[in-house]
Design a protein around this ligand. Sequence first.
Ligand SMILES: *Cc1c(COP(=O)(O)O)cnc(C)c1O
Length: 448
Amino acid sequence: MTVRGKEVIHKSKSDMKYYSTNKQAPDATLEEAVVKGLASDKGLFMPYEIKQLPASFFDEIDQLSFQEIAFRVADAFFGEDIPSDTLKQIVYDTLNFDTPVVRVKDNIYSLELFHGPTLAFKDVGARFMARLLGYFIRKEGKKQVNVLVATSGDTGSAVANGFLGVEGIHVYVLYPKGKVSEIQEKQFTTLGKNITALEVDGTFDDCQALVKSAFMDKELNAHMQLTSANSINVARFLPQAFYYFYAYAQLKKMGKADKVVVCVPSGNFGNITAGLFGKRMGLPVSRFIAANNRNDIFYQYLKTGEYNPRPSIATIANAMDVGDPSNFARILDLYKNSHEAISAEISGATYTDDQIRETVKRAFDETGYLLDPHGACGYRALEEGLNPDETGVFLETAHPAKFLQTVEGIIGKEMRIPEKLQAFMRGTKQSVPMSKDFASFKAYLMKR
Ligand SMILES: *Cc1c(COP(=O)(O)O)cnc(C)c1O
C-alpha cells in the first residue's frame, strides 16, 4: 500500500486464538481467556499454536539472562496480543528474583523456585497474571474484576501477594480450614486491602468446586465480573515455562545439558504442563517425571491407562493434595488423548509421607541440602529413576521453611527462617468463615 509516495507496512498482528479442551465453547482471544479463566463448557483454554523457537536461540541460550530468555518465550505465547514493550515490562517486573540451578549430588540438580516474595514457584505465574490483567483493565477501562482463587496452600499466597494493591482487582482466596500450614495461612490472611481470605469448612477439592460453580452461575456473573487465578488460567500457567528454559540454559553453561530429565512435584499439573509446552517449543529436554505424593491419580493413569479421580488425601506435601488434577485435560489434549504418547514422554512416581520424611532426612544428612516435602518427592524420583548418562533436575517448588514444623520435626534441628517469611508471621490473621455449600458462598458474594 502506498500513501503519498511513502510505503506503509501494514503489520496487522493477528491475535492468537484459544480453544477449549472440551471443544464445545467458542474460541477466545487472550484477553477473554484470561478474564474468563475457564471456558463456558468447563474446558481449559489452549492456544491454537505452540510456536517453535529457532535453533539459534538454543545455541546462545546460555549467554542470555533469565529475563531475556523469558521475554523470548513470552513473545512466542503473547507477542501477537500485547505490544512488545508492554510485554517486556510485564516479564521483567514479574521476574525480579532468580531461579538458580544448584547441584545437590551426582547428576541431580535442584531448580530453586523459592526466591520470590512468597517463596514458592507460584510467584512467577501469579505475578505475571496480575500484571497482565492490570494491563487489560487499564486498556479497556473496565470496572472492578474479582479474582476467585482456591488454594491448597501456596497458590493463595502467591496470588494474593501478586495482586496486592493492583487497582481494579479484588481477590477472594478460598482455603480449606485447618489444612494449610500456619505460615501459608499468614501469607494470605494478613494482607488486607484488596485481598479477602475465605476459610472454608472442607477440603481443597471443595474450595475448587465452589470456585467452579461460581463461574457457572448466571446470576452471580451478572452481578459481578469474576475471573480465576488458579493454574487453569493461561496467564498463570504459560509463564511457568520460563524457568524450564532458564534451567536448561544454566545446565548448558555447566556442560550438563545433553540428556536432561526434568522432574516436577505435581498436584494440579499446571507446572509440569508448562514444561511440556516448553518441549513442544523445542526445549531439548529428553523426558519428564511427574512426582506425586499419595494422591497418585496420574501415576495410576500411566500404569493402567485409566483416569480415576478420587477425593484427595491430606499429606505432608499438602500443595500436591489434589484428587482430580485440573490440568490433566491439557495434557490429554496436548497428546491427542494417546496414553502411549503421554507415557513415552512422562513417567511417574508416588511417595508416602514416611518416604517423604525419610528422603528429607537422608538428603540432608548425606548432602547438607534441605528439601521441602514437595521437592523431596522430585529428588527421590530422580534418585530412583535416572539413568547414569542423564542429568536430572527437580523443581524445588517451595522453601522448606514454609513447612517449618514438618521439616524441623524431620531433621531434628531448628532451621533459619528467611526474613520474608518472618515478616508475614508478624501479621494478624483476618478471614471470613465459609461453609462448603455453594448457596451460602453465592449469598455472600451477592452482597458484595
Ligand atoms: C502448587 C504446588 C505444587 C503443585 O504444582 P501443580 O502446578 O499444581 O502441579 C507443588 N509444590 C508446591 C510447593 C506447590 O505450591
